[in-house]
Design a binder for this molecule. Structure first.
Ligand SMILES: Nc1ncnc2c1ncn2[C@@H]1O[C@H](COP(=O)(O)OP(=O)(O)OP(=O)(O)O)[C@@H](O)[C@H]1O
Length: 280
């Protein structure tokens, strides 16, 4: 006898609806409890120190992990009561874990096109021309059109980051999750990425986006909301200007941080201790 599933009532504007979710391993809480709602037109940044639980939270949001406690509704589907393979194909994810599984000899355009079938390193017999057109478009959107015929193993860190984002966008996802897309980029690469993500943030057709980063300098203008995590818990969440403040960052990073906001960007540094350089 089949399982009778009662459809859950969800707000159609909510792409993520997490209530008291946590992820536990070996008796340890990696993240949570977190209550978090992301709407269709929102662009979120999740920021926090190493080990704060950012990636763990994204693993739940991308339906790669079931929460140990609480309820996770992703794109209207409740984790634990839905077919996750289909759900995962509706979420675009770019992360170091995805990058680590890509064979060095994989050709970029094949890598991007195969995202439509949620496989890595596996070649379907025939992709449509439309699939390759879409792959070319997503590469172009992120400034990687010239990389289409290169192999993964020959790409620089910045080029890889672009290809991963194009791959995540290939399926026209309803939710885009970018886990540290700026890690390892030089200043020019970071600024280029920030500019492209800013364009995407302002595009009303772009999916709801969550960007995980360690650095406020990587927050693209146009991002609307932010969540700060520390030691697995949420220390601040809400509209970006209310969250990315000296006070909140000082609390999350457990040291005195000063944040400046300039032209829609944020810049952070440690506060100078008064009197530190005075002669005795
Ligand atoms: N599979 C696992 N088993 C046990 N502990 C884990 C596992 N995955 C992550 N952790 C631990 O959970 C905590 C949160 O890890 P997570 O990767 O989510 O943090 P993060 O904020 O993304 O960190 P970083 O900024 O360093 O990438 C860390 O202390 C980490 O060591």
């Amino acid at each position: 006898m089949g399982v009778v599933r009662t459809p859950i009532e969800t707000d159609p504007d909510l792409v993520l609806d997490l209530t008291d979710v946590s992820l536990r391993r070996d008796g340890r809480t990696l993240v949570g409890p977190v209550t978090w709602q992301v709407e269709l037109d929102e662009r979120w940044v999740v920021l926090g120190p190493n080990g704060a639980g950012k990636t763990s939270l994204l693993r739940i949001a991308s339906a790669l992990e079931y929460p140990s406690t609480g309820s996770a509704v992703i794109l209207g589907e409740q984790l634990g009561r839905t077919e996750v393979t289909e759900l995962r194909s509706r979420v675009g994810l770019s992360s170091a874990a995805v990058a680590g599984r890509i064979p060095g000899d994989e050709v970029v355009k094949d890598l991007v096109v195969s995202a439509g079938y949620a496989v890595l390193g596996r070649w379907r017999e025939a992709y449509d021309e439309a699939d390759f057109d879409r792959a070319a478009d997503t590469l172009e959107m992120i400034g990687g059109e010239h990389l289409a015929d290169r192999t993964w193993g020959t790409l620089s860190e910045g080029e890889r980051k672009r290809v991963l984002i194009a791959r995540a966008m290939m399926t026209d996802p309803e939710l885009l999750l970018l886990d540290e897309p700026g890690a390892g980029l030089d200043l020019g690469g970071r600024e280029d990425l920030v500019a492209r993500l800013a364009d995407m943030a302002l595009d009303p057709d772009a999916p709801a986006t969550v960007l995980v980063t360690h650095h406020v300098e990587e927050i693209p203008p146009g991002f609307t909301h932010a969540m700060l995590l520390a030691e697995g818990g949420v220390t601040a969440t809400g509209l970006i200007d209310d969250v990315i403040t000296s006070e909140n960052l000082s609390r999350a990073f457990a040291q005195s941080i000063v944040v400046d906001a300039v032209d829609g960007r944020y810049f952070a540094r440690r506060a100078r201790r008064s009197g530190r350089h005075r002669r005795p």
